[in-house]
Ligand binder design. Structure first.
Ligand code: SAH
Length: 443
């Protein structure tokens, strides 16, 4: 491959990628908040697969390494392990509190109303994990059945992991699913416990067109990134290779010259010395933006990330501890902060964008405090009340998930137009502010 030149220069110690150092708690907190990497482990099948490949054709890009380690159909982390939740490798907001998904459910209802209550829409979730978030959203849809009564809703899940799609099916349908014939775009279908049809796909392109509300929670951070390092000789791509000194150990090296990726992905005006780019995220955002422009709807993206300012954020998690990204591939989750400035750029003006807005501000705007008060009043025992307060703190505390997780939305341009600029002068009612982001809108 042109990305695997012979004889790459080992990454010099001064260029080596520092691992985060502080202690990571239950959640995969933002880069810079880690712990000592956990030691290697696992049965080594993925490592053997990779070392064979590296011996045969030379070093691979970090993106190729990450794709293999996470979603290789036989040995990938999400394919085999995918440990989301307290007993797994990392915990996510929907697994911490039902309130999280409920507020997101309200966001979709509110956008559906602002769109003039179309009589049908699809809820499309990318990387649904254990299915908990969709379950909480569907509970809200059921509670608001009188509002949604004449609306035909369907759920479409984009999931590559057979293991996680089974867990999603158990969560959402109680296991009542059937595989779909090969010629259909969905590989599995079922009906939710609340009576809504659900379909599973491997790729967003397989999801039928039509007015859709998209959701990506901790999805973009799992997509493969390329890594680049500025050197005296110009930009070089970081590659993964076998360590010649230590058998069966991988190491980072720099490409000896520029690669197609250094030419395509580094902007001439770049000021950072180390840059991560996730082209797959860019392609998906382009697709979402085209679909929303054509068919209406909205996309809500929530993830940890930055606005094109951070450098080295690639890290691994296993058993809720930081794990060296090159050690025992396939046994740990690998992740990198989402560059929201890149996502905004890749929407290419087809839609408007809002955010990134800090999770604690978004959830506050969505009414999390009121919801907490109601739940506290309705819970009789101290243990439940403590649990509610603890999960609120996890989601909202700036030191925990409150500041480093962000919400970002794609919306049709007309949704944000000032009412008097709308080309429909007969519509007198102003566009309601977009829930969660309303502070941004008032500016
Ligand atoms: N949204 C969930 C899970 C996050 S983990 C939560 O917040 O709890 C990432 C999810 O994305 C997993 O379900 C994983 O299997 C899925 N995934 C990873 N790469 C993917 C890809 N390329 N296409 C589709 N799904 C993918």
């Amino acid at each position: 491959s042109p990305l695997a030149p012979r004889g790459p220069a080992p990454l010099s110690p001064s260029l080596s990628l520092p691992l985060p150092t502080a202690q990571a708690a239950a959640a995969r907190l933002c880069s810079g908040a880690g712990g000592q990497p956990e030691a290697a482990g696992g049965d080594g099948a993925m490592l053997r697969h990779l070392t064979r490949k590296l011996r045969a054709s030379g070093p691979v890009t970090v993106a190729e390494y990450m794709r293999e380690a996470l979603t290789n159909p036989g040995q990938g982390y999400y394919t085999r392990r995918g440990g989301i939740g307290e007993s797994g490798d990392f915990i996510t907001s929907p697994e911490i509190s039902q309130v999280f998904g409920e507020l997101i459910g309200i966001w979709y209802i509110s956008e559906w109303m602002a769109m003039g209550k179309p009589n049908t829409f699809q809820l499309v979730e990318l990387g649904p994990g254990r299915g908990t978030l969709t379950e909480d959203i569907l509970r809200v849809f059921k509670q608001l059945a009188s509002v949604l009564s004449k609306c035909d809703v369907s759920v479409h899940l984009v999931e590559v992991s057979p293991r996680l799609s089974e867990i999603q099916a158990a969560t959402l349908t109680g296991g009542k699913v059937q595989p779909n014939p090969e010629d259909e775009s969905a590989y599995m279908k079922g009906v939710s416990k609340t009576g809504i049809p659900i379909f599973w796909y491997r790729d967003i392109q397989d999801v039928p067109s039509g007015c859709s509300f998209y959701l990506a929670h901790e999805f973009f951070d799992a997509l493969p990134i390329h890594k680049f390092q500025r050197t005296e000789k110009g930009w070089r791509e970081v590659l993964v290779d076998i360590d010649p000194e230590v058998p069966d150990q991988l190491r980072f090296v720099l490409s000896p010259s520029r690669t197609p990726a250094t030419q395509n992905f580094i902007q001439p005006e770049e000021t950072r010395d180390h840059v991560e780019v996730c082209p797959e995220a860019g392609v998906i955002v382009q697709r979402l933006a085209s679909r929303i422009e054509k068919d209406g709807g909205a996309a809500l993206v929530a993830d940890y990330g930055h606005n094109g300012t951070k450098t080295d954020t690639f890290r691994g998690f296993r058993n809720h501890k930081l794990h060296h990204v090159l050690s025992a591939p396939g046994t740990a989750d690998l992740t990198a902060d989402v560059d929201f400035s890149y996502l905004r750029k890749m929407a290419q003006g087809r839609t408007a964008t809002l955010g990134p807005m800090k999770q604690r501000e978004f959830l506050k705007n969505m009414g999390i405090d009121l919801r907490l008060q109601v739940l506290l009043q309705n819970s009789g025992d101290t243990a439940t009340r403590e649990q509610l307060l603890h999960s609120y703190d996890m989601l909202m505390n700036p030191e925990k998930m409150g500041d480093c997780f962000n919400f970002f939305a794609l919306l049709p341009h007309h949704r944000l137009l000032h009412p008097d600029k709308k080309d429909k002068p007969e519509s007198k009612s102003p566009s309601p502010p977009v829930a969660g982001f309303n502070e941004l809108l008032l500016k």
